[in-house]
Design a protein around this ligand. Structure first.
Ligand SMILES: [Zn+2]
Length: 284
């Protein structure tokens, strides 16, 4: 079920497109033996592919576009490397976003802007599945540096490349390269490189409340108090850590700030509290 956060004039809703099934090797530094509940029976950690809808006066912004209408088979060589036998069927399943949008009362033509926090395959899917834009009236914004880093070098059959080339051919792309950029009134993206060079988080401000949509700047809840956990697809793990620590320090102890993450389990919004033993996630 979708979860909405109603502010004064803006509503933020968490939607889920599907899930990824990741072997422990995707989380360098995370001791899965010490957290036995994390892995499913197929030996992988299941994370949602979450998107967020931001609805305000005259705008409907979708932050991230999920995996899209497809399931990605689990690569045999990855299963072998991770010693998963039998191999899971899929590494990513998508396809739920249109139904979730409809349940929220939003049609594809209602979306005015799609903002992609970065250009990994589990964040761009519905921008242009198979190369054809799914949201006919939406501009698609993304961090320009991700094109050269992730799309240009990818093979022609790469899923994210097909999506982004299709969106480019349709003339809907708007690359951004500034430290901050306004997406809509009260909705601002901040450049937060590290996970990818063109990664942005999105900050929604309404009255005295703020919502931070953190994309993949924070990838796992345990990163809140552990600087030793990274993510396999971090383009620059050291830079990602610096960016994450600056972000978490900015969010910690703020009662007026709510955080929405891309890949944490559940579909709740959270706050970052501060206690004697360290920082804590609490449900908003
Ligand atoms: Zn991701």
């Amino acid at each position: 079920m979708a979860m909405s956060l109603r502010m004064d004039r803006i509503t933020v809703t968490a939607l889920n497109d599907g899930a990824s099934h990741l072997p422990p090797m995707f989380y360098p530094g995370l001791d899965f033996d010490a957290h036995p509940g994390l892995l499913e029976t197929d030996g992988t950690y299941h994370i949602p592919a979450r998107c967020f809808l931001i609805q305000g006066d005259g705008f409907t912004v979708l932050v991230d576009a999920g995996t899209g209408p497809k399931n990605m088979p689990f690569p045999a060589e990855l299963a072998a490397a991770a010693a998963l036998d039998p191999a899971p069927e899929f590494i990513a399943v998508g396809g739920a976003l249109p139904g979730a949008l409809a349940a929220a009362g939003v049609a594809p033509q209602d979306v005015t802007t799609v903002f992609l926090t970065h250009l990994h395959a589990d964040h761009v899917g519905w921008a242009a599945p198979g190369g054809k834009p799914f949201f006919p009236k939406a501009e698609v914004m993304y961090g320009a540096a991700d094109w050269d880093a992730l799309i240009a070098p990818a093979p022609p059959e790469d899923f994210a490349r097909i999506v982004m080339e299709g969106a480019r051919a349709a003339g809907v792309l708007r690359p951004v390269d500034t430290a901050t950029v306004e997406i809509a009134p009260g909705v601002v993206a901040h450049h937060t490189p590290g996970h990818t060079p063109g990664h942005y988080i999105v900050r929604v401000t309404d009255g005295d409340q703020e919502v931070y949509l953190t994309g993949d700047a924070v990838h796992h809840p345990l990163q809140l108090n552990s600087t030793g956990i990274s993510f396999l697809s971090d383009a620059d793990a050291g830079h990602a850590l610096k960016t994450r620590e600056e972000l978490l320090a900015r969010l910690a102890g703020r009662d007026d700030v709510v955080v929405g993450t891309a890949h944490f389990p559940g579909s709740r919004f959270q706050r970052v509290g501060v206690e004697d033993g360290g920082r804590t996630w609490t449900d908003a």
